[in-house]
Design a protein around this ligand. Sequence first.
Ligand SMILES: Cc1cc2nc3c(=O)[nH]c(=O)nc-3n(C[C@H](O)[C@H](O)[C@H](O)COP(=O)(O)O)c2cc1C
Length: 238
Amino acid sequence: MKILIIHGQNHRGNTCMIAQELARKVKDRTQGKEEINEYFLPEAFDEPCRGCYSCFKNDLTKCPHYKKLEPVAEAILDADLLIFESPVYVYHATGQMMSLLDHFGTWWIVHRPREEMCKKQAVVISTAAGGGMKSTVKDMADSMEMWGVAKVYKYGVGIQALSPDEIPERILKKIHKKTDSLSAAVCRNAGKCNMNRRAKKWFYLMRFAHKHFPPMEPDYGYWEEKGWHGRGRPWVRE
Ligand SMILES: Cc1cc2nc3c(=O)[nH]c(=O)nc-3n(C[C@H](O)[C@H](O)[C@H](O)COP(=O)(O)O)c2cc1C
């Protein structure tokens, strides 16, 4: 299983520790030979979206940041398991994480989703001192779900510590237990699920809109080419 971690910060703190622990457990369970691929933000990508609409009007490859974005985009498309993590900063994911995700608006199911997503699973992780884990996890899960990732697991935990060595023993135990159960679920569901229900609902809503309202290009042509206005579905493999 190809595992990719996108870290919402450059430092190796609480959230990074949990993401790496989970990735190691999945790798061990699957006896994976592949290296775990990791990108730290903003080191790996540091551009805010300019709002030029080049991606929506043309293609993601026309984004003014595409040269920097391409390695991260390709790594996401190539992975079987996506682990996105961010500490809670003022109740939300870090700015650099959101800036990265902004660049993939065209991958949302309502525009030009990528079929590769239907084979993937994702885990989104956040840690906080005490509050904001739910909204932070949602910041990232919204993208994974609307990209059409088959299964998205969410894990937010209050850490009560500034660094991993200060995490209270009882919370550490809870974290180890959770990474155990998450890694087991990921391995159990590998290859067994297609697109999450939220994305499927939006797929059918957009399909209806395409048929009953004036077509928006280039989205309409993309769906037509894929056969999604007919019997084709992104989650059905030939
Ligand atoms: C700028 C900033 C904002 C933060 N905002 C919150 C917050 O809204 N709620 C909270 O409980 N903790 C907040 N924290 C604490 C961190 O979320 C928490 O310590 C987290 O575990 C740090 O993870 P890390 O070690 O991966 O960076 C904030 C920390 C920073 C630096």
